[in-house]
Design a protein around this ligand. Structure first.
Ligand code: GDP
Length: 312
């Protein structure tokens, strides 16, 4: 399929971007809290973020043990072409700040195949299909997440083969869109030139890949924020590259007495640390490849961004 509509994401200021325009609205609205797992007011108490999501057929992510998150209205990510008001409680994807939009459909993956490894943006597939790029520090859980999204144990191993770790690896999904595995960054034992290589290697891709719908920046939620992750997020924010924060390893709970914070607190801290670089809160989502937490929600988030992108 040839897609000719490209998102004009780099040509307009952040506050006018289709990904952000509906959020500006919230700066003038009163603050109140909503729960991301069960919407609180009694008149709509049957609205749970999992039971009302269209297109979700796999519900194994539901886990009553997962803590409920309280998110204030202005911290929500409202997808483009979606209006919410202070009187209607929005539907929010579980374990995230993402409002469900009318574009939320066709989320499930039925087919996934490795297409190619590219050494630069020009060599990437040119069929115009929309894509989502997964990126994160080495060991953040990127391969595990990719395998969990496509429900294939070893698909992401392709990206780990010698010669491919520093490439842009394209996986075609349902023969209509791409998941893209970008090189991991921040190898502790790698020489400095390689550690900073993400700048040279991937900046060009982020800035020039017209079919890139959103970068998915993976952050380990079981540990406090790392400087390199904050730098990466702020660079994306300052360059107005649409970004979703995917918090990984949310099943890992370190003991408090050892100074460990629960994942929810690390998630909160990370957002406070990057908020100055964003005019509106970027979408974020909590995941675990061990429990499958967040899997269906990521797919639905991708679907609603993708469906909007295809229409505009
Ligand atoms: P990559 O280098 O970013 O591709 O990371 P991997 O997917 O290879 O994972 C690195 C390590 O983290 C492996 O030991 C995984 O088993 C572990 N891991 C990945 N995801 C999770 C998760 O969601 N929860 C936990 N507890 N461990 C994980």
């Amino acid at each position: 399929m040839l897609i000719t509509h490209y998102l004009p994401r780099l040509s307009i200021p952040i506050c006018q971007s289709p990904f952000f325009h509906t959020q500006i609205f919230f700066f003038t609205k009163p603050k109140f809290s909503v729960s991301s797992t069960l919407i609180s007011p009694p008149k709509i108490s049957h609205f749970s973020s999992t039971s009302t999501i269209p297109s979700l057929t796999h519900q194994e992510t539901t886990n009553s043990e997962e803590p409920h998150l309280q998110i204030s209205l202005e911290k929500l990510f409202v997808p483009p072409d979606t209006e919410i008001s202070a009187t209607d409680v929005p539907r929010i994807l579980k374990g995230s700040n993402i409002v469900v939009s009318k574009y939320a459909r066709d989320a499930q993956i039925s087919q996934a195949e490795f297409i190619k490894s590219s050494v630069d943006t020009e060599s990437c597939p040119s069929d115009g299909a929309p894509e989502f790029a997964l990126v994160g520090r080495s060991n953040v859980g990127k391969s595990s997440l990719l395998n969990s999204l496509v429900r294939r144990k070893k698909l992401a191993l392709t990206s780990k083969k010698p010669g491919k770790t520093q490439c842009i690896n394209h996986f075609r999904i349902n023969d209509s869109w791409y998941l893209v595995d970008l090189p991991g960054f921040g190898y502790a034992s790698a020489p400095k030139e390689l550690r900073t290589d993400w700048a040279k290697f991937t900046k060009d891709y982020f800035l020039n890949r017209s079919t890139l719908v959103s970068v998915f920046l993976l952050i380990d939620a079981s540990i406090p924020a790392k400087k390199i992750d904050l730098e990466y997020a702020s660079w994306l924010g300052q360059n107005q590259i649409p970004m979703t924060l995917v918090f990984t390893k949310c099943d890992k709970r370190k003991k408090k007495k050892n100074g460990g914070k629960p994942p929810e607190e690390n998630v909160q801290d990370f957002q406070e640390l990057i908020q100055e670089f964003f005019q509106a809160a970027p979408p974020w989502i909590m995941t675990s490849s061990v429990t499958n937490q967040g899997r269906d929600e990521i797919l639905l988030h991708m679907a609603q961004l993708r469906n909007y992108w295809l229409k505009h």
